[in-house]
Design a protein around this ligand. Sequence first.
Ligand SMILES: Nc1ncnc2c1ncn2[C@@H]1O[C@H](COP(=O)(O)OP(=O)(O)OP(=O)(O)O)[C@@H](O)[C@H]1O
Ligand SMILES: [Mg+2]
Length: 288
Amino acid sequence: MKAIEVVDVSYSYPDGRLALDGVSISVEVGERVAILGPNGAGKSTLLMVMSGLLQPLRGEVRVLGVPTSSKDFERVRLRIGLVFQQPDDQLFSPTLWEDVAYGPQNMGLSAEEVEKRVGESLEYVGLAGLEHRPPYRLSVGEKKKAALATALAMKPQILLLDEPTANLEPASRTEFVELINRLNREECIAVITATHDVSIVPQISDKVYVLQSGRILREGAPNRIFLDLELLRSAKLEPPPSVQAYMALKELIGDAGCAPLTTQELISWVARALSNSDQLAKKRGCCV
Ligand SMILES: Nc1ncnc2c1ncn2[C@@H]1O[C@H](COP(=O)(O)OP(=O)(O)OP(=O)(O)O)[C@@H](O)[C@H]1O
Ligand SMILES: [Mg+2]
């Protein structure tokens, strides 16, 4: 069974704006998928359609095999954690504790279980000790983590993250990416991340869908997608810095076959190429 199947889905807002146009996406259980696209591409709309908050105009969305239009979906809805683009849309209670407890309480869990889930979720995201803080007194990064904690308290099997690293400084961004990957690894949660931030895509996805003007332009592994400069240009995106450096260097030192997606991968590729050229020079009897 797939975690999520989006089959030829179109969605129009009430004002007639066609935000999704024949979108198909498939996410395996425990898979990490990125929806990459520029502003206005339809990423947030797509996540809302995947979570059942919006019903498609055409096509079908199935979550863990259950169509979002069916009665059974209410049961499945609890397996999905949607973290909104704006944390303020998710945090509305007087204290952080109440915000994180809201979902488990609505599920009818015992007070003891609610307490346990709030404690575990805040601990997981590193906000333990801030239970009594009003959410509006949290920093931007803390709000992002708090919004994630509200989703985790529901023990989701699927996480939908909308621009999780927007407005985060580099250190917080790295921390957030590690947190997401830990959840995926340890809890086998499928993580679908909508973003326009190309630099995090290699770190948070095994598969990428490029979305532009409500349509999927391409699906593929990050190291294939980021080599297609024409595709990126048409989606108003730029390759990550390591790929830009690779493009400039490959004329000089040869083709790696696939793009190095991180600085570390770039360094390894250059080091390998240099070592090969040393060996070649030695074979020819040159001094190196
Ligand atoms: N409530 C709404 N009513 C009408 N049109 C909307 C509404 N919300 C979004 N849209 C339009 O639908 C399209 C897709 O919007 P969406 O928010 O899904 O894009 P996005 O890829 O998430 O963009 P961003 O990167 O800016 O968050 C845009 O053209 C947007 O103007
Ligand atoms: Mg958005």
